[in-house]
Unconditional design. Structure first.
Length: 164
């Protein structure tokens, strides 16, 4: 039996308990706070996009949060708009199913649809799995932000994808 593909939909405030639980599991040293997520969800739709990926449990028990992602859209002064991946996460028991790629691809396509010339992101220097995903999806490393993730002090690799 093959697994059903993950379904994407807009994140809602009702998703926050599950999102926050996964956030704390995956990023125990520097998780986003409930206030940060609530504030992001309160931003205008032309400035932010947050998605959740859900999968059906077997036996059927209703949809389960498999992952989430968010993007910020920044209009340019001379038409050089950009987008920034703000967060992306997939439940460890769902790794290897293409959910991260689906989330990232959907955000990137939305950035292209909105006329963005590039997508930027920061990724923990010690997160080889995520860096590999981003490289496979056409992102290149362009810089380093020392001590970016707080309070852990972990460095961030800055990555970019050209959409032109």
């Amino acid at each position: 039996m093959t697994a059903e593909p993950a379904r994407l939909r807009a994140m809602t405030p009702g998703d926050l308990p599950d999102v926050l639980a996964l956030e704390r599991e995956l990023f125990p040293d520097d998780p986003w706070s409930p206030e940060m997520f609530a504030g992001e969800l309160g931003q205008p739709a032309d400035a932010r996009m947050y998605l959740v990926a859900t999968e059906e449990e077997h036996p059927p028990a209703g949809p389960v949060l498999a992952g989430y992602a968010g993007m910020m859209f920044v209009p340019g002064m001379t038409g050089d708009a950009q987008a920034d991946v703000l967060t992306i996460a997939v439940r460890p028991d769902r790794w290897g199913r293409g959910i991260g790629s689906l989330l990232l691809g959907t955000l990137t396509e939305e950035a292209r649809r909105r006329g963005c010339d590039e997508v930027l992101l920061e990724v923990r220097a010690d997160n080889d799995r995520a860096r590999g995903l981003y490289q496979r999806r056409g992102f290149t490393e362009i810089g380093l932000r020392r001590g970016y993730y707080q309070p852990s002090g972990t460095d961030a690799i800055v990555m970019r994808k050209d959409l032109r």
